[in-house]
Design a protein around this ligand. Structure first.
Ligand code: NDP
Length: 445
């Protein structure tokens, strides 16, 4: 039977952060827009990433607050967490946000097409029994966890699975040293799970080394067991858990294993060859206007594998829509993107690490740092010290601003404005301190 095609000015593939932003912005300019989603509307960030993860971070950190409470005159006794309750409450919030995003699409007049999209040619996509024709097509399918080719890799959990558990296990081996591994090591440890983290090189490669050392000290202090310089060889099942054998010899046992060994664009099933979209390895290369090798096919977010962060995908999506449908051409700016790792202690950063600044500017680099216990920890006398760091370049320009400690993500977000404006150490010094605060150290160093 001949399938009737539905025609749109824009077909967006993937209702995650980048796709949703682009679809709604394009619709606001009067374009007819369809968005295709095979899973839940909201994508990685809302459904199985940033948002539920941050809620788990809050839940995990609650234990430390309870432990500190007696020193502030609240004579509460430590109690074991009910991780089943935490996980079900987090899922309820994710459901609520999923509903909000679906309602927002409907309000914006965007047609939601449920199913997995498959290119038939450069202009047409098959979704279930429907055929969509897009004058312009945006690929915003995001990424997915990578399982390394280890024997037994399929026995391990990946980060997506953690949000679906009924309760957290009593012990876990986490493989990886990146964002996801470190964040979950801290979340789980804070919830009483015995965590061993297998790190083949170093933690948080690419971040400022001195700050990573402070995070590492805090994680060890919290009770995360780090096995650095080790790699997994195989994962096997035991009667009551799993065993990870290590390349360097020996093995680790736990109730569960988490593979947090990176993410990659989710291209499977898209049939990009039929469209003629060029792929580089596992990613879709684009130019500064988010355009692929085809003039009418664009891509934003993690599928382009550049700066894989939600706000970047959102801005790329909006810049694409402004340029293609709003007659307001602009490009997403990938310089000075602030980011945070929600470990306990939290790490946040904007600009160059000390190592990268020295590579680029050599002797001209100067570093100012402060390490101290925050006032909030003065009574309980617990917790790792805060670590604040400014990396200065030629003419004392602030090239990097890094922080480990309470509220560092909130503080660095504001510092990013100053760095974006080209602030110098003199500008920081001229700013009156706000006392007592942690971030006042940035203007008094
Ligand atoms: P990362 O790329 O950050 O880290 C992957 C880690 O896995 C590295 O430590 C790597 O080691 C290790 N690894 C890879 N393969 C193996 C292997 N075969 N054996 C042992 N170790 C291995 O990936 P993540 O999964 O942590 O995060 C993916 C992306 O998600 C991030 O890049 C980030 O963009 C995003 N994200 C952002 C967050 C935030 O903003 N707070 C939070 C979570 C994710 P090595 O260093 O030796 O290569």
């Amino acid at each position: 039977m001949q399938q009737e095609e539905q025609c749109f000015d824009l077909v967006v593939v993937g209702a995650g952060s980048g796709g949703l932003a682009a679809a709604k912005r394009a619709a606001s300019y009067g374009a007819s827009v369809a968005i295709v989603e095979g899973s839940r509307v909201g994508g990685t960030c809302v459904i199985r990433g940033c948002v539920p993860k941050k809620l788990l971070v809050y839940g995990s950190a609650m234990g430390e607050q309870l432990a500190d409470a007696p020193s502030y005159g609240w004579p509460v006794q430590p109690v074991p967490p009910q991780t089943d309750v935490l996980l079900s409450h987090v899922r309820r919030e994710v459901d609520r946000l999923n509903g909000i995003h679906e309602a927002a699409l409907a309000r914006a007049g965007v047609t939601l097409v449920r199913g997995w999209a498959h290119f038939l040619d450069g202009q047409h996509l098959q979704v279930g029994d429907q055929v969509l024709r897009g004058t312009t097509i945006l690929i915003a399918v995001g990424g997915e966890p990578v399982r390394p080719p280890l024997p037994g890799a399929d026995l391990a959990l990946v980060s997506d699975d953690l949000f679906l558990l009924e309760r957290f296990p009593r012990s876990m081996v986490i493989i990886g040293g990146g964002y996801i591994a470190c964040e979950f090591a801290c979340i789980l440890r804070g919830l009483g799970v015995a965590v061993t983290q297998v790190v083949r090189r170093q933690l948080l490669r690419g971040f400022d080394g001195g700050c990573v050392a402070s995070v590492e000290a805090g994680m060890v202090d919290q009770g995360v067991v780090l096995r650095k310089g080790t790699s997994p060889q195989a994962i096997s099942r035991l009667p009551d858990g799993y065993q990870v054998t290590l390349v360097e010899g020996g093995s680790l046992e736990a109730e569960a294993v988490l593979l947090a060994t990176g993410r990659q664009p989710r291209l499977e099933g898209l049939n990009l060859e039929a469209a003629g979209v060029v792929v580089d390895g596992q990613r879709i290369p684009v130019d500064q206007d988010q355009r692929t090798n085809l003039p009418h096919v664009f891509a934003v977010g993690d599928v382009t594998d550049r700066v894989n962060l939600t706000p970047v995908a959102v801005d790329e999506g909006r810049a694409f829509a402004d340029s293609q449908f709003g007659h307001k051409p602009r490009r997403a700016d990938h310089s000075l993107v602030a980011s945070a790792v929600f470990t306990q202690p939290e790490l946040a950063t904007v600009g160059l690490s000390e190592e990268e600044a020295r590579r680029q500017h050599g002797e001209a680099v100067r570093v100012c740092e402060a390490r101290f216990r925050s006032l909030s920890r003065a009574l309980p006398k617990t917790g790792s010290p805060c670590h604040l760091k400014l990396v200065l370049g030629p003419q004392e320009r602030v090239l990097g601003c890094h922080m480990v400690g309470e509220h560092s993500a909130e503080i660095i977000q504001m510092a990013a404005i100053a760095l974006g404006m080209g602030a110098t150490k003199g500008d920081f010094d001229r700013t009156m301190a706000l006392h007592p605060s942690i971030s006042e150290e940035f203007v008094t160093m």
